[in-house]
Design a protein around this ligand. Structure first.
Ligand SMILES: [Zn+2]
Length: 216
């Protein structure tokens, strides 16, 4: 694969800044004071402020909450045969062994694989952006786009739980309630969503563009 071009015009190099709220492009005032959009009044930033630090903060919080999300029960089932607490993983095992393997796969992908991938990818992006890495910027940008697209499907799991609750209620006399793990899981989903929102993908290209300019 050929090296990415480094001679694209960029707003930052042209001394311009775009409003994140309405899109109006204004000349950047370099006085160190807060600059507001002339059209809508929003504060203007060349890059999202403290992008990497904020991404790290939400990532660490999400990683911490990932532990109870997987260890605490997400589902409490009580029936005439007794009661049972299920974590995400024991739920997956239960669906798999009882023959509902498509459901097992959906729950595994949506609740275990996707959040873990999101955490890993965002950590990689934050570390490489912080160190000013020039490693595969195009692929890293694609990874960011990928996790942004996946983010919309993170809540899929909640639908699966809802569906299961409805099915089990319909089929038997079991009573199913959500456990504390479900709350932790919801927190993980929201925290990783905010973490990916805080990350500014333009940071991936900044070092490449500036070092590319030096060679020109
Ligand atoms: Zn504006």
């Amino acid at each position: 694969m050929s090296a990415p071009r480094t001679s694209y015009p960029s707003a930052q190099r042209a001394g311009l800044v775009a409003c994140h709220a309405c899109g109006l492009v204004s000349p950047l005032v370099r006085t160190g004071e807060r600059q507001c959009c002339a059209r809508c009044g929003a504060t203007l930033h060349v890059r999202k402020p403290d992008s990497i630090a904020r991404t790290y903060a939400f990532l660490i919080a999400a990683a911490i909450m990932y532990v109870p999300a997987n260890l605490l029960p997400v589902m409490h089932t009580s029936s005439l045969l007794g009661s049972q607490d299920d974590t995400i993983m024991s739920g997956v095992v239960y669906f798999w062994t009882s023959g509902d393997w498509p459901l097992a796969v959906i729950v595994f992908v949506a609740s275990i694989l996707v959040p873990m991938l999101k955490l890993a990818v965002l950590t990689l992006l934050a570390i490489t952006a912080q160190t000013g890495s020039r490693w595969r910027p195009l692929q890293r940008t694609r990874l960011y786009r990928g996790i942004e697209a996946i983010g919309r499907w993170s809540m899929l799991d909640i639908f699966v739980i809802t569906l299961t609750v409805a099915l089990v209620r319909f089929r038997s006399l079991a009573e199913i309630t959500a456990g504390p793990g479900a709350v932790a899981f919801g927190v993980v989903v929201v925290l990783t969503m905010i973490a990916s929102m805080q990350f500014d993908p333009r940071l991936i290209w900044d070092n490449i563009e500036s070092s590319g300019k030096e060679h020109e």
